[in-house]
Ligand binder design. Structure first.
Ligand code: NAD
Ligand code: IPM
Ligand code: MN
Length: 351
């Protein structure tokens, strides 16, 4: 049966990078039904909401959803629940995509594009498994309140339950078995109860079901340092929503640019996946044709692999990105001069 893909281009460079994915889809001539909907600031402008109920329903009934990016200065003054970013959090939550896979791979041609020396990043292949629908992003109470005397209080709550920790840890252990069989779990169990629970639950699941996988634990601040000291020590990293957000942006620079890192958010088997480059709407370069489309294109490849049953096409797309980079095709962020569209053209030519 024909699989369906919902594109959510969003804001800023989102439509620019998704535009290159659309051209790639045309070149691949796949049997996929592609639809599109407004998301983020673009949806706020049209409907007053960052995502409508109808778009959420369409996303949940598609086989895969691929987004560009949301947000920007135009909508930054809105109340939190009316911001573009709130639409993304709602979508992740309603799709139930609790495990966000963020592979930080350094393509051979980009070993000199990182801000670290070549020897530290050459051959780098880390897989972040970031918890995506819990933690401080969703915990209650939250808000800003007046507490008198001209003082206000901003509140967010970090909260995790055992089952939320175990299901994402399970994903990490399962994926590790297909790689170098090593998982490092990051938390701050030294200062946070939610971190202590995280460590205990990961340890218990490991002991009960995944003793064949090597498990280590690291405090998240130390991991931030170790990632730039000796990043190749890591294979699979499992961590919470906020630490996973920060550490994966840090790791993106090991691969050359934030514009290189794709992601796949998955939940229960059989449910649609949500695919997103990890970068944002990049207001500083939006509208100038400067964005690197690789993260979006590689996210599309992950959608082909995990949700659309097109493994061969996924291999082709990933190989084409590698080949284009090896042939010297580069946008500005990775040391070249190509525009977004020229980079897309180079990847299509390398298919
Ligand atoms: P950002 O990721 O948009 O940009 C950070 C820096 O990286 C900028 O200098 C930008 O030019 C550069 N960059 C990002 N993607 C690039 C690409 N593909 N090619 C070349 N350079 C790239 O982060 P920010 O500036 O902190 O946030 C801007 C907006 O994006 C905010 O509203 C934020 O909430 C939102 N955001 C959205 C997502 C998402 O939709 N998934 C992710 C992160 C940030
Ligand atoms: C990301 C982004 C999002 C996050 C924002 C835009 C909600 O930074 O996808 O990494 O913090 O998860
Ligand atoms: Mn982020």
């Amino acid at each position: 049966m024909t699989k369906s893909l919902l594109l959510l281009p969003g804001d800023g460079i989102g439509p620019e990078v998704i535009g290159e994915v659309k051209r790639l889809i045309g070149a691949l001539a796949l049997d996929i039904a592609v639809e599109e909907a407004l998301f983020g600031g673009a949806a706020i402008d049209a409907t007053g909401l960052p995502i409508t109920d109808e778009t959420v329903a369409r996303a949940c009934s598609s086989d895969a959803v691929l987004m560009g990016a949301v947000g920007g200065p135009k909508w930054a003054g809105q109340a939190y629940d009316r911001r573009p970013e709130a639409g993304l959090l709602r979508l992740r939550s309603e799709m139930g995509v609790y495990a966000n896979l963020r592979p930080a791979r350094c393509f051979a041609a980009l070993a000199d594009s990182s801000s670290l020396k070549r020897e530290f990043v050459e051959g780098l292949d880390i897989l972040f498994v970031r918890e995506l629908v819990g933690g401080v992003y969703f915990g209650t109470p939250r808000g800003i309140e007046d507490i008198g005397g001209g003082e206000r209080r901003g509140v967010n709550t970090q909260v995790y339950t055992s089952s939320e920790i175990r299901r994402v840890a399970r994903t990490a252990f399962e994926l590790a078995r297909g790689r170098s069989n090593r998982v490092c779990s990051a938390e701050k169990s030294n200062v946070m109860e939610s971190g202590l629970l995280w460590k205990e639950e990961v340890t218990a699941l490991h002991k009960a079901e995944y003793a064949d996988v090597e498990l280590t634990h690291m405090l998240a601040d130390n991991m931030a340092m170790q990632l730039v000291k000796n990043p190749k020590q890591f294979d699979v990293i499992v961590t919470d929503n906020l630490f996973g957000d920060l550490l994966s942006d840090e790791a993106a620079m090991l691969t050359g640019s934030l514009g290189m890192l794709p992601s796949a958010a998955i939940g229960e088997a059989g449910k649609p996946g949500l695919y997103e480059p990890i970068h944002g709407s990049a207001p500083d370069i939006a509208g100038q044709g400067l964005a690197n489309p690789c993260a979006a294109i590689l996210s599309f490849a992950m959608a082909l692999r995990f949700s659309l049953g097109e493994t061969a096409a996924a291999d082709r797309v990933e190989a084409a990105v590698d080949k284009a980079l090896t042939g010297g095709a580069c946008t500005r962020d990775i040391g070249g001069t190509l525009s977004t569209e020229e980079m897309g053209t180079a990847i299509i030519a390398a298919l």
